[in-house]
Write a protein that binds this ligand. Sequence first.
Ligand SMILES: [Mg+2]
Length: 358
Amino acid sequence: MRPTVIKSCTVEAFDVLLPAPFKTAKAERTEARNVVVSLELAGGARGIGEVAPAPHVTGEDQEGTLRALRSHIPRLIGSDAARWRMISASFQEAHPRAHSARAGLESALLDAWCRHLGAPLYQLFGGGSAEVVSDVTVPIVPPADAAGVARAAAAKGFRDLKIKVGLGGEDFERVVAVAGAAPGARLRLDGNQGLTPEEAVSLFARVSAEGISVALFEQPVRRDDLAGMRFVRERVSAPVAADESVITPQDAWRVLQAGAADVINIKLMKAGVLGALEIVGLCRAAGVGLMLGCMLETRLGISVAAHLAAGLGAFAFLDLDGYILTGDARVTGGFEAIGNRLVLSESAPGHGAVISEA
Ligand SMILES: [Mg+2]
């Protein structure tokens, strides 16, 4: 038997209680109900991957993810992990809507295969660099609390702060509070579909009139309102990013055709690894910018995203703070967090993350 043939596979729930509630315009989360896929190859190499389903974005949840992945185990056993692209395609054919489940499976396959080869995952993606720089997200909280989050992040060395807006009320005051608490930080706004096109333009104008510069305005309006995205894009001076509007490469193509975004925010939990690579190709060809974001992945899922970002060197904006938002101590390795940098090992094989206690 070839050493890269899959010998065993388990799929388990991985529940994470968040250190603080995470509130956006579309959801409030107090826990991440994730899933971990574990594979063992005939030659002894093991791989693990994480699924962080976001029901309000892809419609997936923990139960459905467990069901989809477990039902696929008989087809995985005996498959060659070196054919990971084909395995991913076969899972997608069987479960076309299990986007984040597929990402977890691809992560485990690539981890196992790279560990077998003895190669760090980022080198598989091109080996562009062994480190990346991320932002930190300020959720929807009262302005004084937002200032506290911003001050703490700036003290840790973060230079990019992403502020959640889109619930009306104190959006403007929250942005002003963050700007005051972290002078010199580059600010990104994320509406999470919560604004009308007119509200988005008006919020941006108020913030600009305050002398606050915005580096990116993410998904101000509803995901299916591409004309509204374009309306905002034509009226604000910051680049507009599509997040929820783009789950699959087909969505990315529609956004590009509609001229609806300057930047596309790719997430492994939306597009999977293969879908992410396809969207990267589309955006590069179209001259549209790239962002890599995350859902509520722990350090395990964030490690895979960090390897992808570092290996490709293609992303102008990184939002890989899931490891902070989940704060789970059971997962170690993957990268060293130094200030705002995620530094990968140049020798540890795979993504390098391990679960020390299940
Ligand atoms: Mg977003």
